[in-house]
Design a protein around this ligand. Structure first.
Ligand SMILES: [Ca+2]
Ligand SMILES: [Ca+2]
Length: 135
């Protein structure tokens, strides 16, 4: 099975169980909201790279791998995303790997599903690439 197919399957299951947990007929007729990456909202299936630890600061929400953040800005801002992440929130069903250099090199750290992590050295404000998978 390809990585992308596994991803879609895993994500569909995650959304399904969220609806089950919400329960009842209320949501049964509502279509699951689809996550829109890079819209500044960290939805199920995405990881959010936040500019600072403050909740109201901009966040880059990724759904797919990005091997180089130097061409990315936080949505709705002119602030570059490269080397500018302090807080990470993984709402994906997959573990994400964050690396301090482009192309997933340099020191890397793994963020498990569901975790919100205040990054510390050497990863604080140094993340330059991100990918999901099994690490
Ligand atoms: Ca989003
Ligand atoms: Ca990029």
């Amino acid at each position: 099975m390809s990585k992308e197919i596994k991803r879609r399957l895993g994500r569909a299951l995650a959304v399904g169980s969220t609806l089950l947990m919400a329960g009842g007929g209320l949501l049964a007729t509502a279509a699951p909201a689809s996550a829109e990456p890079r819209d500044g909202n960290v939805e199920v299936g995405e990881i959010g790279l936040r500019f600072s630890s403050y909740e109201e600061r901009p966040v880059l929400d990724l759904y797919s791998d990005d091997n180089n953040l130097s061409d990315d800005k936080f949505p709705g801002t002119q602030t570059r995303a490269d080397n500018n992440t302090e807080l990470v929130w993984n709402r994906d069903v997959f573990t994400w790997q964050l690396c301090t250099e482009a192309d997933y090199s340099g020191p890397c750290t793994s963020i498990s599903p569901g975790y919100s992590v205040n990054l510390v050295a050497p990863f604080r404000n140094t993340v330059s690439s991100a990918r999901y998978g099994f690490f």
